[in-house]
Design a protein around this ligand. Structure first.
Ligand code: F6R
Length: 612
C-alpha cells in the first residue's frame, strides 16, 4: 500500500527519504518517487517499478537539497506508470504532493480546475488534483502553504493523508491526515513526517501520532500541529521501543519464515504479560467489567482476511466460554448491511495494522449506533486502537511479510484470553476449566517449537505437492476456521488455486470436484468431531483424492485413510488452531519457496489495505 516519507533538516534529504521508502517496501507498491527542494526549485523524480529503478534514474545526479518528500505508490486511480507515480506537481511545478488514500470528489475538483483555470492534467490520478489545486490556492494565501492546505481540505472529500512542499517555502513540509495514517518523527535540528513509524525508526524514536483531520507543519527546528479548526495543538512525542533489528531478517531467508519462527516467543509475550501474580488474566487495556457485561447481549467480531479467520476461532471460543451470542462478519460486508447494533452490543475489531479502512469504517458504524468497541490490534497507536473503548495489543512486534503469521497466532491468543475473561465475568465457566485452558495456552509456545523443529517433514510434503493446480482444505468446527486460513496462506504466496470448506458441506456440491489425485488437506485435530471428520476423509478418499491429514499425536487410525499425515502435539480441542495453523503456514511457505515466488511481497497484495 502507498507509503509517505518527508524529511526536513540539514542532511541530504534524497538519501534519507529513499532509505525511509525502503523501510516501507514490505507494504507492497508499484512505483516510487521523490521531490526535493533544491536552490529555489523543486526536483521531482519518479519511476514505475521498484525503488532501485528510481535510484538508477537519479544515479549520478547531484541532488543536495535538505528538505523533501517521497512516496511508494500502490495503484488505485490509474495504472502503475511513471506518469501516475507520485509526487505530482502544481501547474507551475512549484508545489509537489505525495498522497495516500482516495479523494472521492476528485472528478468534480478536476473539472473546476480545467474550466475555471484552464489547467492541464498529465496523469490519471486523484493526487494530481491536490497538487494543482494547491498551486491555485497558494496565490490566494499569499504563499502560505499551510493556509492553502487548510483551504484545500475544506473542499476535499475522501480518506487520505498527504504531504506537500513548495519551492518558495524552504525547509517546510505541510501534511494532513483524514482517515489514513500519518505520524511525525522528532529529531534535533530535523523532523520527519511519514505514513508509518518504520520509515523513520532508523533516525528517531520520538514519534508524534497525528490525529484525524489534523495538519502538521514541519521545519528543521519546529513541528506544529493544528486541529480541524486550525487551532494549535500541543502533543508530547511517545517513545517507540522496538528497534530496526526487530525488522531485519535475522539470518532467515524470508521475513515470513522469520515470523513463523518467532511465534513461540511472541505468543509468550502476548500471554504472560496478561497474567497477574495469582496466575489470573489481567487485561490492562480493557476496562469492561461484570457490570458493563450485564448490559451486553450480543458480540460482533469484525475484520478482514486473516484477522477475520482469527475472528472465526474467536466466535467458537467466546460463545463457548461466555455463552454470549457472537456473530463474525467481514468488515466490508458489515458496514453496508445495516447491522443490528445498539448500546447492548460489544463490537470486537481485529486488525494487525489497525489501519484497514473497511475495519475502521465498520468500527465507526458500530460506534455510531452505540456499541462498545474493543479492538485486538498489533500496531500501537493505530487508528483502530485510538477509536476503541478497550484495546488488546497483541504484541507480535512488527510483521513485515505481507502474509500474516505471527500476528494471526497472537490474535488467536487474544481471542482465548478475552473468551476466558468474559467467561469468568459471566460465571459461565468453572475455575477448573479456566485454569485448564490457561495451562493449555501456556504450553503452546513449546508445542509450536516442536512443530518448527520438524519443519523438514512439511518441506518434503511441499516438494511432492508444489506443482498441483489446486488444493482443498477441509475441517469441522474449529478446524474449519483453520482450513480457511491455511487456504488463504497457500493461495496468496504460492498462487495455487486453493479452496476451503467445512467438511460436512462437501457432499452438498463441492465433492463433484474430487478426482483421482486431487489434493485435500484434511484437518482432523478436534477429538469431539474426529469420527465425523474421519467419515468426510473417507468420502474424498473413495474418490481417490490425495489426502494429507493433520491430526493429534496418537490418532494413528487416520493413517488408514490418508496418503500423508502430519501430527501436531496433543492438546485440548479448544486450542488446536494455534498448532495446526503453523503446519499450514510452513506448508504454504515451502510450496512458494520451491516455486520461486516472491514470498514476502506477493503480487497484487499490500500489507496494510487503507482503501476500500
Ligand atoms: C493475509 C493478510 C490479510 C490481512 C487483512 C487485514 O495474510 O495478512 O488478509 O489479514 O488485510 O489486515 P489487518 O489485520 O491489518 O486489518
Amino acid at each position: 500500500m502507498c507509503g509517505i516519507v518527508g524529511y526536513t533538516g540539514h542532511e541530504n534529504a534524497k538519501d534519507i527519504i529513499i532509505d525511509g521508502l525502503k523501510r516501507l517496501e514490505y507494504r507492497g507498491y508499484d512505483s516510487a518517487g521523490i521531490a526535493i527542494q533544491e536552490k529555489g526549485k523543486l526536483i521531482v523524480r519518479k519511476k514505475k517499478g521498484e525503488i532501485k529503478e528510481l535510484e538508477k534514474l537519479i544515479d549520478g545526479e547531484e541532488i543536495t537539497g535538505t528538505t523533501g518528500i517521497g512516496h511508494t505508490r500502490w495503484a488505485t486511480h490509474g495504472e502503475p506508470s511513471d506518469l501516475n507515480a507520485h509526487p505530482h506537481v502544481s501547474a507551475d511545478g512549484r508545489v509537489a504532493v505525495v498522497h495516500n488514500g482516495i479523494v472521492e470528489n476528485y472528478m468534480e475538483l478536476k473539472r473546476q480546475l480545467i474550466e475555471d483555470y484552464g489547467i492541464l492534467f498529465e496523469s490519471e490520478t486523484d493526487t494530481e488534483v491536490i497538487a494543482k489545486m494547491l498551486g491555485v490556492l497558494l496565490e490566494e494565501t499569499d504563499g502560505s502553504l499551510s493556509d492553502a492546505v487548510y483551504e484545500l481540505t475544506r473542499k476535499m472529500r475522501g480518506t487520505y493523508a498527504f504531504a506537500a512542499i513548495a519551492a518558495d517555502n524552504p525547509g517546510e513540509i505541510v501534511a494532513f491526515r483524514k482517515d489514513a495514517p500519518l505520524i511525525a518523527g522528532v529529531g534535533e535540528g530535523f523532523n520527519f513526517i511519514a505514513s508509518d513509524i518504520p520509515a523513520v525508526l532508523r533516525y528517531v524514536n520520538d514519534i508524534v501520532l497525528i490525529e484525524n483531520e489534523e495538519m502538521v507543519v514541519a521545519t528543521p527546528d519546529s513541528l506544529r500541529i493544528y486541529d480541524e479548526n486550525h487551532n494549535l495543538v500541543k502533543r508530547e512525542p511517545m517513545k517507540v521501543t522496538w528497534s530496526l533489528e526487530d525488522e531485519e531478517k535475522g539470518g532467515y531467508e524470508h521475513f515470513m519464515l522469520k515470523e513463523i519462527h518467532e511465534q513461540p516467543k511472541v505468543l509468550k509475550e502476548t500471554l504472560y504479560r496478561r497474567l497477574d501474580e495469582n496466575g489470573r488474566i489481567y487485561l490492562d487495556g480493557i476496562k469492561l467489567d461484570s457490570e458493563d457485561l450485564k448490559n451486553i447481549d450480543k458480540i460482533y467480531i469484525v475484520a478482514c482476511g486473516t484477522a477475520y479467520h482469527a475472528g472465526l476461532v474467536g466466535k467458537y471460543v467466546i460463545e463457548k466460554m461466555s455463552r454470549i451470542p457472537v456473530e463474525v462478519d467481514i468488515a466490508s460486508e458489515f458496514r453496508y448491511r445495516d447491522p443490528i447494533v445498539d448500546e447492548h452490543t460489544l463490537f470486537i475489531a481485529v486488525s494487525q495494522s489497525g489501519e484497514t479502512l473497511d475495519t475502521l469504517a465498520a468500527l465507526r458504524e458500530a460506534k455510531s449506533k452505540g456499541a462498545r468497541i474493543l479492538s485486538v490490534v498489533n500496531v500501537v497507536g493505530s487508528s483502530v486502537a485510538r477509536e476503541s473503548d478497550d484495546v488488546f495489543y497483541t504484541w507480535a512486534g512488527p510483521e513485515i511479510a505481507v502474509a500474516s503469521t505471527k500476528a494471526y497466532t497472537t490474535q488467536l491468543v487474544a481471542m482465548y484470553l478475552i473468551a476466558l475473561y468474559l467467561g469468568d465475568l459471566t460465571g459461565s465457566i468453572t475455575e477448573e476449566y479456566y485454569q485448564r485452558i490457561l495451562n493449555e495456552l501456556k504450553s503452546m509456545p513449546d508445542k509450536i517449537q516442536q512443530i518448527l523443529d520438524r519443519s523438514d517433514e512439511i518441506e518434503n510434503l511441499a516438494e511432492y505437492l508444489y506443482n498441483r493446480d489446486q488444493v482443498f482444505f477441509i475441517g469441522r468446527g474449529l478446524d474449519s476456521a483453520v482450513a480457511y486460513e491455511g487456504s488463504l496462506k497457500l493461495k496468496e504466496i504460492s498462487y495455487i488455486n486453493s479452496f476451503a470448506i467445512a467438511a460436512g458441506e462437501l457432499k452438498h456440491g463441492t465433492i463433484a470436484l474430487m478426482e483421482p489425485e486431487t489434493v485435500v488437506i484434511a484437518l482432523a485435530t478436534v477429538d469431539r468431531l474426529f469420527e465425523k471428520m474421519y467419515s468426510n476423509i473417507e468420502e474424498v478418499k473413495a474418490r481417490k483424492a490425495h489426502v494429507v491429514s493433520i491430526a493429534k499425536e496418537g490418532r494413528t487410525e487416520i493413517e488408514r485413510q490418508s496418503t500423508n499425515v502430519i501430527y501436531i502435539p496433543d492438546c485440548a480441542d479448544e486450542v488446536t488452531p494455534i498448532l495446526s495453523v503453523v503446519v499450514l503456514q510452513l506448508f504454504a511457505y515451502f510450496v512458494a519457496k520451491i516455486k520461486g515466488e516472491n514470498i514476502d511481497k506477493p503480487r497484487n497484495l499490500a500489507k496494510s489495505v487503507t482503501v476500500e
